[in-house]
Design a protein. Sequence first.
Length: 578
Amino acid sequence: MQQKKTAETLRSARWFAPDDLRSSGHRSRTMQMGYALEEWMGKPIIAILNTWSDANPCHAHFKHRVEDVKRGILQAGGFPLELPALSLSESYVKPTTMLYRNMLAMEAEELLRSHPVDGAVLMGGCDKTTPGLVMGAISMGLPMVYLPAGPMLRGNYRGQPLGSGSDAWKFWDERRAGLLSEREWVEAEAGIARSYGHCMTMGTASTMTAIAEALGLTLPGASSIPAADSNHIRMSSAVGRRIVEMVWEDLVPSKIITAASVHNAVAVAMATGCSTNAVVHLLAMARRAGIDLTLDDLDDAGRKTPVLANIRPTGKTYLMEDFYYAGGLRALMAKLGDLLDRSVMTVSGKTLGETLDGAECFNDDVIRSLDNPVYHEGSLAVLKGNLAPNGAVIKPAACDPRFHRHQGPALVFDSYPEMKAAVDDENLDITPDHVMVLRGAGPQGGPGMPEWGMLPIPKALLKQGYRDMLRISDARMSGTSYGACILHVSPESHVGGPLALLKDGDIIRLDLEARRIDMLISDEELERRRAAWVKPQDKIGRGYGWMFARHVGQADTGADFDFLETSFGPTAAEPDIY
């Protein structure tokens, strides 16, 4: 590709090149850190946004990988600047990292805007770090490459392979049913996460890094490499070399993220058996790029795109390590054929089609073909009805098919502690036909849509042998979760959505084929309840939480801040005032 930038037109030159007092100060302070002028003057300066922290096991290796990125940048004639960014550890942050996804997006955008940098490497992987970093980088518009953390190695318990999250839920049900001892439970805890890296199931982390690759934002095949594999080290240094070339080429996100590449990302998400969280993040990332992606678009893709990745929790046997050895995401995308637009550009400087040349599948059971899918439709379906006028999400491939058409009475909970106490009551008056409902857990009500939507099966039913039932919430669930869970109900109950008007005993009807979720009460009764409804108080009254509650959108539009979304259609670029 023809170079478009020169040393004089680099963005960083505005800080360092002029013969004036302010630039003299910039040069002087850089020399204060021991760097000679020839080390950075006239060279692309690359920001490395590193989401490492001592509280993020998914990113434990980033402390070392950042050095590999720096090595690549220096090899290509650039100058690296490591800038720490919010880590968002899914394992520890309460009430949910989703509350802070938009904060990371703001931080990423402002780090890049305010510093003398020409391009960026985004180091992420743990669930919300991928969309947060990508959203901010899209809004800033500098050349960037996403570096995925990579999945951890498969877990092991007494010779049985374990998948993070997915098997934890299963083992916990057995523990609550009295079928697993405390010793066995602790052994499973110790064996389920054996290395650094994010979840090795097709949870939210693996889903979002795959989406980043499908958007063209990673080097080819990068999202599939296990974190502990030496190929991950080599990929990291290659990212450093490539970002320097991208700066000279002026290959900015707007040349990569188009309506066609977003369509590709949606198709790949469906084919991987993706996390339900893919919905809210895809919507947010697309809207940052000015692309009007909707829930209807996602449902349409779900009807047309079968699940090809036989990876837990949608699949029954395999994990991300198996996916990588079977050929990884390049092999899956190659099998999607005409479902993808191969003409789109990627950060490699090649089209998607060029990056897929030579892709092979080495295990047709791990990565299925279009005529032998894991599931005949895509991973997700969008439901609408009088309970969710703006939409809700379900993962049909990961729940018992008998719930695809279901009708039963509601059992409603207004808080997680209330629900938790009830499900542990062995005398709870509940049947397998009941529909458990947790509300007050949406973007504003949670706040932040915590991953509470996979409501625990009540002990009373577990001891009868039941392991699934229909559950509904305006919350999310972990991407490693499974079961008949209807999530992201919009509008949420906290703002007066119909979920707020539901009562115990109301009959709920699900018809998956018709894409309907309804409560069987009259419009007149709904209006009477709406007139009597009182909005609950916000749960956070100051600081970021105060701002969040006033500016976060609903799940059906991506739960981004209203002041950060890009208007759809052609707009004048925001001037770079720094």
